[in-house]
Write a protein that binds this ligand. Sequence first.
Ligand code: IPE
Ligand code: IPE
Ligand code: MG
Length: 236
Amino acid sequence: MNKESKNIPDHVGIIMDGNGRWATKRGLSRSLGHLEGSKTLEKTGIHILKKGVKILSVFAFSTENFKRSEEEVTYLMNLFIDMFTKKCKEFKKNNVKVIFSGRKSPLRSDVLDAMDKLVEDTKNNTKGILNICLNYGGQEELIDASKKIAIDYQNGKLDLDTLNKESFAKYLYNDLPPIDLLIRTSGEYRISNFMLYQMAYSEMTFPDTLFPDFTPKEFDIALEEYQKRNRRFGGV
Ligand code: IPE
Ligand code: IPE
Ligand code: MG
């Protein structure tokens, strides 16, 4: 095994941005950009997990995305149902466990049912985890964790002196290791409320590619860049 293939990040995050611009550039509706983006996720997601990445967290829909037109939000929700019931076959076939991060409310019950079914169908899979952040906000995750902590404290289930980085993480939507590599497509240089707690020391790359055009090859380029970085975590 060469040096490159050993230094694989355990946890990769992708802010899948640029679907709307991809479609608009082609004179298509934004919705068709989302459809194309969903195909990209399937192709590149499998590739990334096959590379040895243990957890892939993807930003599918932010709490703020509810500000979009009703037409776009409805299209996205229906696309999620379609993906979770049919198109996630590839993830199932490849032994990938699917989990979700985010708030349930105000998601539609048919969306929640499709999410629950996919989680149930893949819960015993062992070749990597796909964490889909849907109706997800990083600040919301910290607020929700703080509320759970307050309740446990009130009920005498938590000794505040024991609270540390590891035990705090157990109150998040999912207890996941830190994100090692974060990729945001579409040339925007911001985090947009993605996994704030998990990204404290992430390496980041910002390819210009719009998400529907993102390919396994482009992931490999980001990975190579990651492998060249000198992670210091505050040390020297
Ligand atoms: C990302 O693509 C997908 C979602 C936010 C659901 P966008 O829809 O944000 O695409 P742009 O940024 O408008 O091009
Ligand atoms: C972030 O993209 C959310 C997702 C990719 C799901 P946005 O397009 O919503 O972010 P901003 O508005 O450009 O910051
Ligand atoms: Mg965007």
